[in-house]
Ligand binder design. Structure first.
Ligand SMILES: [Zn+2]
Length: 465
């Protein structure tokens, strides 16, 4: 396999093929086939997202994939932001359609006409819904599996509130939900407020969660948007207040995609292959029998599997007899299974278990009676180790950009002081080739702008995917 550090791009493509996550031989560029193993991992990520938004009072919905041209054209600057990326459906059978329809590039236009019907009084608010569906963008740049594609596996939450302050509270709740999700996936990130010229089309402001991929490029893995009344005024989403007057709702959204999977692959994987956090691993524990004279390893494996399954672990016994244990070790390591149990004659004889974590270290031995608790402990320590490695990598991936020269030469992300002006951003981008991702929302430090010397705050720049 390719070396992850020296050629991340090749490593990434190769590991996706080898581990059976996705097949990109489908004859449409940027539309890949989710293979069973990959889909299981993605469903695991979706499960974490659902659990966290459900508990916060969101309701799941599913809107149609088609949006009429009329629905889209209401959208002022929002539609301009997408018009070069929209797929159009222009015919039904042989007949041209009277009204052209778009495949949703995102669902504001699909949803907000319905919001206008649903929201009547202040008692209908807050309205908090989400869906996990495919959205479509006619991507013209170079496509890359799970990172830049034309059919996107998309989570989108949409809310409506009585006023801007309530919508701001929703932004805080999104941030807390994101903490839970990113923590389950052991992903580090920085929160950048996108510059006005780079925010989501139609938003008041956009906060993005940016992480660092191996090789130094950044990857936007989530965004939350404050819309204020920008959309509700265009779609006429009004409600009756207690005092008898009408008011427009304030709105927010939260978007995630399979880029989360891309980040998990890139950040946690190593030269041996993938490493999945236990929460999303399709197989958390693989049991591999090591055939041994006079020992019934098969029935012992079944017993171990039953004990673990009963405790809720996702377990698989690899009892294929045409492969050696060594071959199986390699294969499951490559597929990122967090914990391996090896069962040979000695284990059967002594009623013991031998385990090994995908992150390395010594073999762990325990009695079969202690198995569930020892396996839990082992998986928890693997998660801790993944987090430690990921955060250490992230620390190394953002350097101080004290001069344009440093930022030009460096292959990492950079932090630097910036006044917020377009002029200074243009100069930084022009001279370094990096993109200004925005001010770091949660960093209070103040300093002089790298370019103009005026008062500034900490900003991030990088080469984004
Ligand atoms: Zn400046």
């Amino acid at each position: 396999m390719e070396n992850k550090k020296s050629d991340f791009s090749s490593w990434y493509n190769e590991i996706i093929d080898l581990s059976g996550l996705s097949d990109k031989r489908y004859p449409i560029k940027g539309m890949n086939v989710w293979l069973p193993y990959g889909l299981k991992v993605m469903k695991g990520i979706d499960r974490i997202i659902r659990d966290n938004v459900d508990i916060s009072g969101f309701q799941e919905v599913q809107f149609p994939v088609l949006i009429t041209r009329d629905q889209l054209s209401i959208e002022f600057e929002h539609v301009k932001g997408f018009e070069n990326e929209v797929y159009w459906v222009t015919r039904g059978g042989r007949e041209p359609l009277e009204v052209e329809m778009a495949l949703r590039p995102t669902s504001e236009a699909a949803m907000y006409g319905m919001f206008q019907l649903w929201v009547r009084a202040h008692t209908d608010l807050p309205l908090k819904i989400y869906q996990i569906v495919s959205v479509y963008r006619y991507e013209t740049k170079h496509t890359r599996t799970f990172i830049r594609i034309r059919e996107i596996h998309f989570f989108e939450a949409h809310t409506a509130h009585t006023d801007y302050d309530s919508a701001e509270k929703q932004m805080v709740e999104y941030r807390q939900i994101w903490d839970q999700i990113s923590s389950e996936l052991c992903l580090p990130f920085v929160v950048d407020q996108r510059p006005d010229w780079d925010k989501f089309p139609g938003a008041m402001y956009t906060l993005a969660f940016d992480t660092a991929m191996p090789g130094g490029r950044s990857l936007q893995i989530g965004t939350i948007h404050q819309y204020g009344e920008n959309f509700s005024r265009n779609y006429g989403i009004e409600y009756l207040k207690e005092d008898g007057t009408h008011s427009y709702v304030s709105q927010t959204t939260f978007g995630l995609s399979e880029r989360l999977l891309a980040a998990v692959i890139g950040i946690h994987g190593d030269d041996t292959g993938l490493i999945f956090p236990p929460s999303i691993a399709p197989v958390q524990i693989v049991i591999i029998p090591i055939p041994s004279e006079g020992a019934d390893t098969d029935s012992y494996c079944s017993r171990v599997s039953q004990i673990l399954s009963a405790e809720g672990f996702r377990v698989h016994i690899d009892n294929r007899d045409n492969y050696t244990p060594g071959f199986k070790f390699n294969e499951w390591e490559m597929k990122g299974v967090p914990l391996r149990i090896e069962i040979g004659g000695r284990e059967v004889r002594d009623n013991k278990i031998t385990m090994r974590l995908r992150t390395g270290g010594d073999r762990i031995k325990c009695r079969i009676d202690d198995l569930p608790s020892e396996a839990s402990r082992a998986l928890a320590s693997l998660k801790e180790e993944l987090r430690r490695r990921a955060f250490e990598h992230f620390e190394r991936s953002i350097e101080d950009g004290n001069s344009l020269e440093i930022m030009k030469k460096g292959e990492t992300m950079f932090r630097f002081y910036w006044c917020g002006s377009k002029e200074c951003s243009d100069r930084i981008e022009g001279e370094t080739g990096k993109t200004v991702l925005g001010m770091q929302k949660e960093n209070e430090n103040k300093g002089k702008c790298l370019i103009c010397g005026k008062d500034g705050r900490v900003a991030t720049a990088s080469t984004p995917y």
